[in-house]
Ligand binder design. Sequence first.
Ligand code: ZN
Length: 173
Amino acid sequence: MPETTTDAQTQAFMRLALDQAQNAWVLGEVPVGAVVVYQGVVIATGFNHPIGSLDPTAHAEIRAMRAAAEVLGNYRLIDCALYVTLEPCAMCAGAIQHARIGQLVYGAADPKTGACGSVVDLFAEKRLNHHAQVRGGVMAEECARVLAEFFAERRQRRKNEEDPGTVEEIILG
Ligand code: ZN
């Protein structure tokens, strides 16, 4: 059975996902964060880290699900809920379905790569075998603001510097 949470609990879990997004920002990565909840407890966290990990699959959702699977000792996360600050992409939506995540809760919509309705809706595709309940728009403003501020800061820094800086400066800010 999927987790059943009150709105206060839902917001508390999303706040923890937002904390994870800050970890990504500190490392110069696009700030997206995720947590996996099992029986009302956060068992795993993840933040977006493809640049530093040299791993194109190192999205917040994937990292959180990998950690959760290790904690539970099971590659299937049937009774788990995944909270993520940004609408999952197609890769993550696929992984969420393979993991049999019971409930997906996301914050901001992603008009560029969102696979939960913004660009495509892989959870509405009846031919795919999946069971996740999906809820979007939770604390959407806060989740979107972190991303907007990150990109604004990055644009500003580039404008201020004729020299683009060393690779370390670009990645680590
Ligand atoms: Zn993704």
